[in-house]
Ligand binder design. Sequence first.
Ligand SMILES: C[S@@+](CC[C@H](N)C(=O)[O-])C[C@H]1O[C@@H](n2cnc3c(N)ncnc32)[C@H](O)[C@@H]1O
Length: 259
Amino acid sequence: MPDQTMSSTFDSAASTFEHQRSLPREVPEAIRAAIWSITGLSGPARVLDIGAGTGRIGRAFVAAGDSYFGVDTSLAMLQEFSIDAVNCTLTQADGNHLPFSDRSFDVVLLMQVLSGVDDWTGILDEARRVVRVGGCVVVGRSSNPEWGVDTQLKKQLKHILEDIHLAPFPTEQSRRQAMALLESLAARHTHAVAASWHVLATPNAFLLRHRTGARFVALPPNIQKQALEKLGAWAESTFGSLDAEFAETRSFEIDVYEF
Ligand SMILES: C[S@@+](CC[C@H](N)C(=O)[O-])C[C@H]1O[C@@H](n2cnc3c(N)ncnc32)[C@H](O)[C@@H]1O
């Protein structure tokens, strides 16, 4: 039963999420292959995807025949997923309170989820509760080069927000802390680059995408407006034009924690 009261900062991003944050088609398949190779899984598995979103990554697990369960607090994100989803179970639920029994999954995915949440301790407790002995929790994220356009814009946005909002704007901190905890508890930890690909990055694409970023939309509207104006002006003077294209290599990194 959909819970309309469980609103999410991702609701407003749902319809544009896959377009603005697209991954090449082979990347989700490569993520699954890397997990299977690291853990020695051979056939289909029971997979729980916490923060499944629109199915950008989860769809590859469904297509491979896994018994796939996706949960997300955002009904709008799951509705996008359900447009072409068959043979999988999608449930609106908070990762802090998973509606599943103990030790019932072989693989628990946390793909691009931990950087955007403050309540990661509850999510990790639940992920560890539902993974079977010998199963794994996988943290995944796409990564950009240090010198890349997106990385530079992200850093500048953080400075701008700290200047006008007078408070630290956390970005990667939650994910790093969560991964340190998982590392201390897991029997084995393996880091891998599951896939790399080339893009033509523009400052404009970052600006458009960031308007719907989860932490960003949670800020007061006047702060968002000021920050985007300042960032746009900075980008124009730094890169020459908002539409200037820069060739970059992106990758998708996974950390597999076996329990
Ligand atoms: C950046 S999106 C990633 C979606 C998907 N994993 C992917 O990589 O395409 C993060 C997702 O996590 C969901 N999310 C955030 N906090 C959550 C929580 N406590 N429980 C379940 N889902 C959550 C958001 O609603 C959003 O759909």
